[in-house]
Design a protein around this ligand. Structure first.
Ligand code: PLP
Length: 338
């Protein structure tokens, strides 16, 4: 197989830019387990401020961030409600159940990616001792690159409040949603008690996520982060990349969205390809099974990297694919279909 020239596999493949590396090299550091790392503290305070929440905690990954959130709301034998295809249910190796002894209550998604309000209500357990105790609802936005409506998130928050439940947002790509909506992150995340933000997706940092939320939740998360082995030392070197990403890489997500639309338009020209219009930076393409495998093979042989996860082709735009990469990839596509 040829080397990948145009890498659309994920927005996690970005490499730190020279400016980001310089910021990392110059970062002021200390021992973060002692709370001494000025760069980590700055990143946590900055995101807490941006989201209008009490506190934040820097963690190695989005997976750990979601797990810490769920463990902050739930004890052994408690339950969280999430979508059947939610990252924190389906794509985190069952961590909440394995490491947190927390029972998942997955709910089927509607065609638009939301969880029906009636389904959420029906899944919330009463105090009957037959049941696990429901503690928290977890939403994800963007979900598969789709932006779920802000009104919808407020409706779920109303249900959570009425039942005395917490509300968590897996906002791995929340900044993509905000840029697409033209909405500030504080307004977008207002309905939530906790929010997980990934710095290593479209924001372009090499490592790291931040869990932001209510003071008591973040305090519990700090203890559990130590327990899970996520307490790091001079992690300001990494946090500096996150600070750089917040300074330089938020507004430019609009470029990724514009390029995703251009790519989707180009792909949609071919009858064999059924293209889901992107809200943000992720495009799903369904392919006639008769040509699908050959098409994917052709792309890989010609240096166009994509994934076939979730039963469809997935193309993701990001910091390291420019306009030339979009046109180059479409050129490779055209050589398949002639
Ligand atoms: C990537 C992702 C995560 C997990 O982040 P990692 O840093 O890969 O562990 C969680 N939720 C969503 C929606 C993601 O896309």
């Amino acid at each position: 197989m040829n080397a990948i020239r145009y890498d659309f596999r994920s927005d996690t493949v970005t490499k730190p830019s020279p400016g980001m590396r310089a910021a990392m090299a110059e970062a002021e550091v200390g021992d973060d387990v002692f709370g001494d790392d000025p760069s980590v503290n700055q990143l946590e305070q900055r995101l807490a401020g941006m989201l209008g929440k009490d506190a934040a905690i820097y963690v190695p990954s989005g997976t750990q961030s979601n797990l810490l959130a769920l463990m902050s709301y739930c004890g052994r034998g408690d339950e969280f409600i999430a979508g059947q295809n939610a990252h924190c249910y389906k794509y985190e190796a069952g961590g909440a159940a394995v490491l947190g002894s927390i029972q998942p209550q997955p709910i089927a998604h509607q065609p638009d990616g939301t969880l029906a309000l009636a389904d959420i209500e029906a899944a919330i357990k009463s105090g009957d001792h037959h049941f696990a105790t429901t503690r928290v609802i977890a939403l994800e936005n963007t979900f598969g690159g789709r932006v779920l409506p802000v009104d919808y998130m407020h409706s779920v928050a109303e249900i959570a409040q009425r039942h005395g439940l917490g509300l968590h947002l897996d906002g791995a790509r929340a900044f993509n949603a905000c840029v697409a909506l033209g909405l500030d992150i504080k307004t977008f995340t207002a309905p939530f008690d906790s929010v997980s933000i990934c710095l290593s997706k479209g924001l372009g940092a090499p490592v790291g996520s931040v869990l932001v939320g209510r003071a008591d939740l973040i305090e519990t998360a700090r203890r559990n982060r130590k327990m899970l082995g996520g307490g790091l030392r001079q992690s300001g070197i990494l946090a500096a990349a996150g600070l750089y990403a917040l300074d330089h890489n938020i507004d430019r997500l609009a470029d990724d969205h514009r390029r995703a639309k251009r790519l989707a338009d180009g792909l949609a020209q071919y009858n064999a390809l059924s293209v889901v219009r992107p809200d943000t930076n992720i495009i799903f393409v369904e392919i006639d099974p008769a040509v699908g495998d050959r098409f994917t093979q052709h792309l890989l042989e010609q240096g166009v990297g994509i994934t076939g996860r979730y039963g469809q082709q997935r193309w993701v735009t990001h910091l390291d694919v420019d306009d030339e990469a979009i046109e180059g990839a479409l050129e490779v596509v055209s050589t398949f279909f002639h």
